[in-house]
Ligand binder design. Structure first.
Ligand SMILES: Nc1ncnc2c1ncn2[C@@H]1O[C@@H]2COP(=O)(O)O[C@H]3[C@@H](O)[C@H](n4cnc5c(N)ncnc54)O[C@@H]3COP(=O)(O)O[C@H]2[C@H]1O
Ligand SMILES: Nc1ncnc2c1ncn2[C@@H]1O[C@@H]2COP(=O)(O)O[C@H]3[C@@H](O)[C@H](n4cnc5c(N)ncnc54)O[C@@H]3COP(=O)(O)O[C@H]2[C@H]1O
Lengths: 141, 141
């Protein structure tokens, strides 16, 4: 892995694997999801179901947009709305075996891309930072 | 610019210039800053002073962390706190003349980097997306 170039690597070689990825459950209330996002410091995280299948992603923007009323942010509504009502389902998805080059193409428009297996189980995320570190390695060798 | 490689370009060649960058003012209340962030959809933006000098950056996380009380998000406090009390001042900064290679090194740990001139006036931002688009160009040519 040390001497491999971006074009020889796969998504699985550099992704952050699932056990290290903060996520929320599809049936959590938004109040819980916002707490996870604020405490983890991440702007968006994957959304999984109870069997750890990938359902989509959720971002602070989605949650705050949902409670933005005419005069103020209506924070009391956070306990009434569920993640499943607000999540992004139209998300790109990669498999561990995909080339890192395909990963590069996908992160051009997405800060991170979810990785799942053929049955839809969540494997991890490919981040822009992981790609950029590899690019830097390639340039300096 | 079309045929130049990443190693031949400067930050100024690919940055988003200041007039296209959403920002907040150092004396705005957090309520205004959060509205700008939610409506623009950006997770973080630069903070400028009245003469358009670069002061720092502010992110949704900073604002939400500030109002996270023991039991709930205390949204009513948003009108009492100013951007200057919460902004990040320890930020990397580039100049238009810096090489894009130096820009690549900096975006490894920052989704975007502010660009300012020698007097501290805000020139624009260098984003990861701009760098990744150039990397893709280089690989396919
Ligand atoms: N706790 C931390 N420690 C050190 N650096 C931190 C950090 N939190 C954020 N960063 C830096 O800020 C970038 C943007 O984070 P953001 O949360 O907006 O956007 C993140 C977040 O939405 C997601 N992400 C990254 N790691 C994650 C994880 N372990 N669990 C869940 N989501 C993650 O992927 C996006 C892109 O991540 P990437 O690493 O390329 O880029 C990260 C990283 O460079
Ligand atoms: N309105 C929009 N239209 C299309 N795509 C959008 C978008 N808003 C966000 N994105 C996509 O999401 C990425 C992360 O946006 P984020 O707001 O977390 O993080 C952004 C934001 O904090 C800041 N940023 C980008 N453009 C900005 C602008 N015009 N004004 C102020 N801040 C900006 O730079 C960070 C990295 O931007 P980058 O372009 O690399 O990466 C962007 C872009 O790929």
């Amino acid at each position: 892995l040390q001497d491999k170039q971006l074009t020889d690597l796969s998504v699985g070689d550099v992704m952050i694997s699932s056990e290290k990825v903060a996520h929320v459950q599809v049936n959590n209330p938004l109040e819980h999801a916002l707490l996870v996002l604020v405490k983890s410091g991440y702007s968006a995280v994957p959304v999984l179901d109870a069997s750890y299948k990938l359902i989509g992603t959720i971002a602070k923007t989605n949650i705050l947009n949902q409670i933005l009323g005419l005069e103020r942010f209506e924070f009391e509504r956070l306990s009434d709305i569920l993640v499943k009502d607000v999540l992004n389902e139209e998300i790109p998805c990669l498999s561990k075996e995909d080339s890192l080059l395909k990963g590069l193409n996908t992160v051009i428009n997405h800060p991170f891309v979810c990785v799942a297996d053929s049955d839809g189980y969540f494997d991890g995320i490919l981040t822009r930072r992981a790609i950029l570190k590899q690019v830097k390695k390639d340039i300096y060798t």
